[in-house]
Design a protein around this ligand. Structure first.
Ligand SMILES: Cc1cc2nc3c(=O)[nH]c(=O)nc-3n(C[C@H](O)[C@H](O)[C@H](O)COP(=O)(O)OP(=O)(O)OC[C@H]3O[C@@H](n4cnc5c(N)ncnc54)[C@H](O)[C@@H]3O)c2cc1C
Length: 578
């Protein structure tokens, strides 16, 4: 069913087993798990899928070695296991990530780490080689016998400086261990939604639909594209609104204070020397203020982050000048000979971690674990329970979703039919395990679709094995390369418009593609895409103009990209629609 068919079906059939509010990774993961278990489930998201915290991550599939010193052993063990599963189940977008830790002290932190573990110290002295070694040994143990990724290694100062030409000579060691890089988190989320809908016709996901109220047995939804409202009668409501969980509960008359969010920002820079200097390694290290920060290879760009600042309202999160200065400084500390300036920034973003409200003295001490808070019974005026999904990480979404699904199935008196542990995701299904196999798949696909090998290589990189369906579609009609975007063709865009729930132009630029994040957007591109998407989605000229203005405003307001002057007049009109 397409969007309008789903909505009109809701008008006629408002009874549903599970309503999930919030289409970030935790809502989407739960949606997929319920769907494969045959449950009728609706997911609603007030913006686009994966546009909240889930679009603001550091792109790491990681166990979180840092959490060991907070004593979060369960979380680290679970996250390492889930990292391995992501590498196995979504190999098209999650890749092994060699991670280098530059170390500036040998013995520091030895006395402080146990104190921190006992919560007697807020900020340890710098973590030295020995403490880091202990952490990495434990991390290797959690990786288990499967050895999805290699064990860690330590390198002397001499070896390190020989390998990393631009590295600060003040280091005493480097350590290398492996995590995972989630290269396109937003695409992975869409893959999960499409998988869920394809196995269960009673699993439906709608973006740009908000939950705006509810009482007794009824929930009120609003279509954000038309303002039309819908009543729904769920047996169970799952509040997966991330940093907005308490705001969402309030709309149901439930006064909760589950979330104490912290803001984190990142910048993406275009700097050929820095990109070359880090190779395929992430640099993950402790900054002067004790915060763990990262310099991360993101295609041909470099991602730098992040901060951890308590905030009251998630809508206020913006990457500030102060944060940008901090990111530039931390990069200069590790690579002092490379000149990185604001001129190199091509994109910036910010999001709020939906952490549990806590009395911890520093943001880094707040637990990164997840929990399900259940509200039911007489003190609510609702006839169904509400499960709020507090916390969670991108990496451990599957495990968290499994726990939520088990609880929901028990409540609905249903038993689990399938588990998602080894379930491959979207274009990760049948993804080639080595470059030779990839080459063979591309050659045979090129032979029967007529699409050039170079194009297919790009499609595999973007969509994994879904490249096959897309290439077949591209071959089914007249196609041409876009003028402003030579690595896309018109029919590829039309395919995405029709199959990937795109409602606005920015959905494509920010979340179905990496174009905005990698700083590739030009005004000409925005105009051409508005036309291509608009023709596929039936937009009139006025709508196309409004979409261009809306996109440019979002890019300027939230991502620091300069707004061309000839669009300023249209912007104020679209501001209300954001
Ligand atoms: C700066 C930063 C860096 C991070 N780095 C990593 C990392 O490297 N690795 C990792 O594993 N994790 C990382 N995380 C953590 C991870 O990204 C989050 O924990 C996770 O994305 C939370 O997902 P969620 O689905 O709970 O919340 P969200 O993604 O915020 O989803 C909630 C959704 O609910 C919607 N919503 C709210 N109210 C309503 C309503 N009334 N009706 C309908 N929809 C509504 C919102 O629009 C939103 O899209 C990071 C987080 C941040 C912020």
């Amino acid at each position: 069913m397409n969007r309008s068919e789903i909505l009109s079906d809701l008008k006629n059939n408002p009874d549903i087993s599970v309503l999930i509010v919030g289409g970030g990774i935790n809502g989407i993961g739960t949606f997929r798990d319920l769907a494969v278990n045959g449950v009728d489930v609706l997911l609603v998201e007030k913006g686009d899928f994966c546009s909240g915290a889930s679009s603001a991550s550091s792109h790491m599939a990681h166990g979180g070695i840092r959490y060991l010193e907070n004593g979060e052993f369960r979380l680290v063990r679970e996250a390492v296991r889930e990292r391995n599963r992501m590498l196995e189940n979504a190999p098209h977008v999650v890749k092994p990530l060699p991670t280098t830790i530059p170390i500036f002290q040998r013995f520091s932190g030895l006395l402080n780490a146990p104190l921190k573990f006992l919560k007697l110290l807020d900020k340890p002295a710098e973590r030295g080689s020995l403490i880091i070694k202990l952490g990495l040994i434990l991390y290797d143990i959690y990786t288990g016998r499967q050895r999805t990724v290699p064990r860690h290694r330590f390198f002397s100062r001499k070896e390190s400086l020989a390998k990393w030409k631009h590295l600060n000579p003040e280091i005493v060691n480097t350590a290398v261990y492996y995590d995972g890089a989630i290269l396109q988190p937003e695409r992975l989320a869409v893959d999960l939604i499409l998988d869920a809908e394809s196995v269960n016709p009673n699993a439906r996901a709608l973006n740009y639909v908000s939950m705006v109220g509810g009482s007794e047995d009824t929930i009120l939804l609003r279509d954000e594209l038309t303002d039309e409202t819908y009543d729904l009668r769920p047996k169970l409501l799952i509040n997966a609104a991330g940093p907005w969980i308490d705001f969402t509960n309030r709309r149901l008359g439930l006064s909760t204070r589950f979330i104490g969010g912290t803001k984190g920002s990142h910048i993406v820079v275009e700097h050929a020397e820095l990109r070359k200097a880090i190779g395929d390694h992430e640099f993950f290290f402790e900054n002067e203020d004790g915060r763990i920060v990262l310099i991360f290879p993101l295609y041909d760009r470099v991602l730098i982050g992040t901060s951890d600042i308590p905030v009251e309202h998630p809508d206020e999160a913006q990457c500030t000048d102060e944060e940008i200065e901090y990111f530039l400084r931390l990069t200069r500390r590790i690579f002092p000979s490379l000149q990185l300036t604001r001129e190199n920034i091509v994109f910036q973003f910010s999001g709020v971690r939906p952490l549990p409200r806590s009395n911890a003295r520093t943001a880094s001490q707040i637990s990164r674990d997840h929990s399900i808070e259940v509200l039911s019974g007489d003190w609510t005026n609702l006839r169904f329970p509400v499960y709020s999904l507090v916390g969670g990480k991108w990496t451990s979404f599957r495990a968290f979703s499994e726990q939520v699904t088990d609880k929901a199935l028990a409540y609905l008196n249903l038993s689990r039919q399938k588990d998602t542990r080894s379930m491959q995701i979207g274009g990760g299904r049948g993804y080639p395990r080595d470059p030779g196999e990839l080459k063979r798949q591309i050659e045979s696909l090129s032979a029967w679709t007529g699409v050039a090998r170079e194009r297919l290589k790009v499609l595999f990189e973007r969509y994994g094995t879904r490249a096959e369906t897309i290439a077949t579609y591209m071959n089914g009609g007249t196609d041409f390369i876009l003028r402003s975007l030579p690595d896309y063709t018109l029919r590829e865009i039309v395919f995405l418009a029709q199959h990937e729930k795109i409602c606005h132009l920015d959905d494509f630029l920010l979340r179905r593609s990496m174009l905005a994040m990698l700083g590739r957007v030009t005004e000409e591109m925005v105009e051409e895409l508005a036309k291509a998407l608009g023709n596929a989605l039936g937009w009139d000229e006025e709508r196309k103009t409004a979409e261009v203005a809306r996109t440019l405003l979002i890019l300027a307001d939230r991502h620091g990209l300069a707004l061309p002057s000839n669009h300023r007049d249209n912007v104020s009109e679209s501001k209300d629609r954001l």
